[in-house]
Design a binder for this molecule. Structure first.
Ligand code: DHB
Length: 312
C-alpha cells in the first residue's frame, strides 16, 4: 500500500506533514538549508524580530531524558535576513514559513508589512507566546491584547497567517481563545509553545540549570505532551473548519505524531527532539508514522485526523 504523509497548512501543500518547530536550529541560513535538505515537509524559521538579537546569556538551553528548558531570549538575525533567504530556499522545493515575534505590536506590523511583499514566503506564523523576554508578557495570556494584535495584523493584506499559541490549562480559556480566533481570518494555529516559566533543578549542585531569569524557562519535550495534545484537541473541536491546527509538543517518534494527528493536527512540528537528534529526526519519525499507519490500514493522514474517540 502506498502511504502518503502529505497535507496542507493554510492551503499550502506539504509532501510530509512533519517539520521543525520554530526555535531550535532554525536561526541561520545553514540551519535552514539543512532542514531544506532533510525529509522535513517545510522549513520554518526562528522567530524574527525587527533587529538582530544576541539573546540571553548562556547557559540558556538544557535537556534531560524528559525534555528541555530554554530561555534563549529570541536570538535571531532580524526579519530582513529571513526575507533575504527566500530565493536560495526555493531550491528545496518546499514551503518556507517565517515565524515572527516582534517586541511590540508596531514592530510586528512593520515586519508583516514587509514580509507580505516577499512573494516566496509561503505563510507567516505569528508568535503570540514567547515566554523568555523579561518585561514582555505572553500575548496569548492577555486576551484583550491578543484581540488588539489580531485586529491590526488581520487588517493587512498578504500571506496566509497563523498564530503560535501558548498552552492553556482551563476549559474556559480554550473557549475564550477560540471565540476570539474564530472572529479573524487566520488560517492556522500552532499548539503549543513551551510551557512557560518552568524550573528545572540540578540536585547535586543545588542549582538551576539555565542562567537567565534565575533558571526559569520554557519547558518542552515529554514533560508537555499531554498538555499539547489537550490543546490540539480542544482547538480542533472549537475552531472554524477552515483553521488548521498544527501540533507541537513532545513528539519524538511516529506514535507521538499519530497521537497529535488523531487529536486533529494537520501537521506536526518537532522541537526538543530535533535539537537532540538533528535533521535525521524528520525522516525517522516519518518512517515510524508510515509503519504505524500501515499496521492500522491507513493510507493518508485524513483517514484518522481528528478521529479521537471518547469512552461512551
Ligand atoms: C524564544 C522562546 C520561545 O518559546 C518563543 O516562542 C520565542 C523565542 C526564545 O527564548 O528565543
Amino acid at each position: 500500500m502506498n502511504i502518503d504523509l502529505s497535507t496542507t497548512v493554510a492551503e499550502v501543500s506539504l509532501e510530509n506533514c512533519i517539520y521543525n518547530a520554530s526555535g531550535p536550529l532554525c536561526t541561520t541560513a545553514e540551519h535552514l538549508h539543512a532542514i531544506g535538505e532533510s525529509q522535513a515537509g517545510a522549513i520554518l524559521t526562528k522567530s524574527a524580530t525587527l533587529e538582530l538579537r544576541e539573546g540571553n546569556p548562556q547557559p540558556r538551553y538544557y535537556e534531560n531524558d524528559l525534555g528541555s528548558i530554554n530561555s534563549m531570549g529570541l536570538p535571531n538575525k532580524g526579519y530582513a535576513y529571513y526575507a533575504s533567504l527566500v530565493a536560495e530556499m526555493q531550491k528545496h522545493a518546499k514551503p518556507y514559513f517565517v515565524s515572527v515575534s516582534g517586541l511590540s505590536l508596531e514592530n510586528n506590523l512593520t515586519i508583516l508589512k514587509h514580509l507580505n511583499t516577499v512573494k516566496e514566503v509561503s505563510a507567516i506564523e505569528l508568535n503570540l507566546s514567547c515566554p523568555n523576554v523579561p518585561g514582555k508578557p505572553q500575548t496569548g495570556y492577555d486576551f484583550e491584547q491578543m484581540q488588539r494584535v489580531l485586529d491590526k495584523v488581520c487588517a493587512l493584506e498578504g500571506h496566509p497567517l497563523g498564530v503560535k499559541l501558548p498552552p492553556y490549562f482551563d476549559i474556559i480559556h480554550f473557549h475564550q481563545v477560540a471565540d476570539i480566533l474564530n472572529k479573524y481570518p487566520i488560517q492556522f494555529v500552532t499548539c503549543v509553545n513551551s510551557i512557560g516559566n518552568g524550573l528545572v533543578i540540578d540536585v547535586d549542585a543545588e542549582q538551576v540549570v539555565i542562567k537567565p531569569k534565575h533558571g526559569f524557562g520554557g519547558v518542552g519535550g515529554d514533560y508537555i505532551k499531554p498538555t499539547a495534545l489537550a490543546n490540539v484537541r480542544k482547538f480542533f473541536v472549537l475552531l472554524r473548519d477552515d483553521i488548521d491546527v498544527i501540533g507541537c509538543g513532545g513528539i519524538k517518534n511516529g506514535r507521538d505524531a499519530f497521537e497529535h494527528i488523531l487529536c486533529g493536527a494537520s501537521a506536526v512540528q518537532i522541537g526538543t527532539q530535533y535539537m537532540r537528534e538533528g535533521t535525521g529526526c524528520f525522516e525517522r519519525i516519518a518512517n515510524e508514522l508510515v509503519a504505524l499507519m500501515q499496521e492500522k490500514g491507513y493510507q493518508s493522514i485524513t483517514d484518522f485526523k481528528g478521529k479521537l474517540k471518547s469512552i461512551d
